[in-house]
Design a protein around this ligand. Structure first.
Ligand SMILES: Cc1cc2nc3c(=O)[nH]c(=O)nc-3n(C[C@H](O)[C@H](O)[C@H](O)COP(=O)(O)O)c2cc1C
Length: 207
């Protein structure tokens, strides 16, 4: 089938499960963890990958995938280069959203909130736990900046590998964690005939 024809004809009927207000957890973080546990247990590919959208100083939204590396009572932590496109967007406008889609479970989660930098000690602890090749990569990659060639990056890596051959790699100052602190969640369960179930949570002054 031609791709254009496929675009018009493709129909997936979602029919595995349902979702109602009665069955969701009281706390949206608990609901998130319950669904994430199920996604991991059922081998959803890239279950911890989330689309993060930020907005530039010109009001232009931009999206990319990152891995959620921690969840605490405040929010969702991911690690990146602070000088990247997303890093500079967040510096100017901390409002952001996240979106996860688990096709095997026919589920989507949508989250909106404010992004903050995590404490340096949190970034240090995570960085020190990464494989050496990833630590070198964090130094070598000036994320979102243009390269003249791939060789430029490979040369940088070779030089860094030599520099840190026998010593631990310190965390670059411009690499670390962000936490998205949510004030809105939506849990989406696909249902037949596009009549999907959606349950949302909004933060209020008291709850
Ligand atoms: C599955 C997957 C996981 C990724 N995880 C991360 C991550 O945890 N941190 C990160 O900075 N980039 C990650 N990336 C790369 C980003 O999508 C993106 O290319 C990069 O962060 C630069 O984005 P920016 O130029 O918008 O800042 C991941 C990409 C994919 C496809």
């Amino acid at each position: 089938m031609e791709t254009n024809e496929y675009l018009k004809k493709m129909r997936n009927d979602f029919s595995r499960q349902s979702l109602s207000k009665k069955e969701v957890e009281k706390n949206p973080f608990d609901q998130f963890k319950k669904w994430l546990d199920e996604a991991v247990r059922t081998n959803e590919p890239e279950a911890i990958a989330t689309c993060v959208s930020t907005v530039s100083k010109y009001g232009q939204p931009s999206s990319r995938i990152v891995y959620i590396r921690d969840i605490d009572e405040n929010g969702f932590v991911f690690f990146t280069n602070y000088g990247s496109k997303k890093g500079s967007d967040i510096l100017i406008n901390p409002k952001a959203s996240m979106n996860l889609f688990w096709p095997g479970l026919e589920r989507q989660i949508r989250i909106e909130g404010i992004i903050e930098r995590v404490a340096d000690e949190v970034s240090d602890a995570y960085f020190n736990d990464r494989p050496k090749s990833s630590q070198i990569g964090a130094w070598a990659s000036h994320q979102s900046a243009k390269l003249s060639s791939r060789k430029e990056l490979e040369d940088r890596i070779a030089a860094l590998n030599e520099q840190y051959a026998d010593v631990p790699v310190p965390r670059p100052e411009n690499w670390g964690g962000f936490i998205l602190v949510p004030h809105y969640f939506e849990f989406w369960q696909g249902r037949p005939s596009r009549l999907h179930d959606r349950v949302d949570f909004s933060k209020t002054e008291t709850d």
